[in-house]
Design a binder for this molecule. Structure first.
Ligand code: KG4
Ligand code: ZN
Length: 354
């Protein structure tokens, strides 16, 4: 993509809709940086019953929540559609049925209001969550390009070099499970509730991270990640500890869940941290950025915040997991660079960032 001058949009307000997975969210963001209103309708409790996201249930819930979430956001910001400058929406990657609900509502709003439509990549949104703040919390940090972005969510784990706005070079990504997916699967193995990340973090507080020696996949000479070996090692360990060698005996009271959770979390965090630091040195970046649901993990945040080689920007917890403020922020920069989309655009359930 060619680097273009940012067109001046004084006080441009972008309304965004996010419905790629199990949160229905809307937000209005001014100048890509200040959140004027934001609503997230979480389906977490519903999906917890199934131990993971149930796609058909997710899209039906999005249909029920999408319009009320937009109306609530407009009311919170004391704005009407004709006070806005664009409608942004997550176009992908994500669950097809869920994405369709958000995109169709965004198209309807854009058509009815005459505002431009902007399709945003969900991963791009996660990165922009680092530079947006609620209006009562002062100005968010400015990006210091070039920067190294570690994007860790339930569906993705990748290292991106950002040389400027909307400019991404993916250096590497997971070859199998995403970090969040590994947290969710291991939580299930340990009989901890969905979503697995927060459950493992909570259990790990009471555990010893050195209790079990677990494998780390360094994948030398690449910036890729792999968590399937760690997941398998956890499965074998749990089977050994249960003394059965096979599934079937669930919830043995003797399973040292806290130590297992702490050892697993330490293995994931160490690989994410060391590989990101090495990449940051190699590309001589000015800062490190963490984004995505797993960047809510306190152990991961701590290890980055406790080093002083690079400044680190990690979004507040409410912006780490899926939200629409990040989509509005990314949408603003797309608008400011002159990118809008026709109403004929379709969803892109698999859409790499670069
Ligand atoms: O970014 P996100 O909300 O959705 C995707 O785009 O995937 O990320 C959700 C993922 C889930 O796998 C969840 O278990 C993980 O983020 N997660 C965490 C924590 N909070 C959420 N993982 C580790 N520690 C946490 N505190
Ligand atoms: Zn996400």
């Amino acid at each position: 993509m060619e680097e273009t001058e940012i067109v001046n949009f004084p006080n441009a307000r972008v309304l965004a809709i996010e419905s790629s997975c199990d949160e229905t969210a809307a937000a209005i963001v001014e100048n890509g940086r200040i959140i004027l209103g934001a609503t997230v309708a979480s389906q977490m409790e519903i999906h917890a019953r199934y131990g993971g996201v149930f796609p058909e249930v997710a899209s039906r819930q999005h249909i029920l929540s999408a319009l009320p979430v937009v109306e609530n956001t407009l009311a919170e910001a004391h704005l009407a559609l004709n006070d806005l400058d664009a409608i942004a929406v997550t176009r992908g990657p994500g669950l097809a049925g869920s994405l369709l609900v958000g995109l169709n509502l965004a198209k309807g709003l854009a058509l009815g209001s005459g505002l431009p439509l902007i399709g945003v990549n969900h991963l791009e949104g996660h990165l922009y969550s680092a530079w947006v703040s609620p209006s009562n919390q002062g100005l968010p940090p400015e990006p210091r390009f070039p920067l190294m972005a570690l994007l860790v969510s339930g569906g993705h784990t990748e290292l991106n070099l950002m040389r400027g706005h909307l400019d991404y070079t993916r250096l590497g990504a997971t070859l199998d499970d995403a970090a969040g997916e590994a947290f969710d699967k291991v939580a299930r193995l340990l009989n901890l509730p969905y979503p697995g990340g927060p459950s493992i973090q909570e259990a790990a507080i009471h555990g010893n991270p050195l209790a079990y020696k677990l494998p780390r996949a360094w994948l030398e000479d690449t910036w890729n990640f792999s968590f399937s070996g760690l997941k398998t090692a956890m499965l074998k360990l749990v089977q050994e500890l249960k003394g059965s060698g096979g599934p079937g005996i669930e919830g043995s009271p003797s399973l040292p869940v806290n130590d297992l959770a702490a050892s697993f979390q330490a293995a994931v965090v160490e690989v994410l941290f060391k590989k990101t630091m090495t990449a940051a040195r190699e590309y001589e970046v000015n800062e490190i950025l963490l984004a995505g649901g797993v960047s809510a993990n306190q152990a991961l945040r701590d290890v980055f915040l406790n080093q002083d080689e690079f400044p680190v920007n990690i979004p507040p917890l409410s912006l780490c997991t899926d939200n629409a403020a990040m989509i509005a922020a990314a949408g603003f920069y797309r608008l400011a660079h002159g990118y809008t989309d026709p109403l004929s655009i379709d969803i892109l359930p698999t859409w790499p960032l670069s």
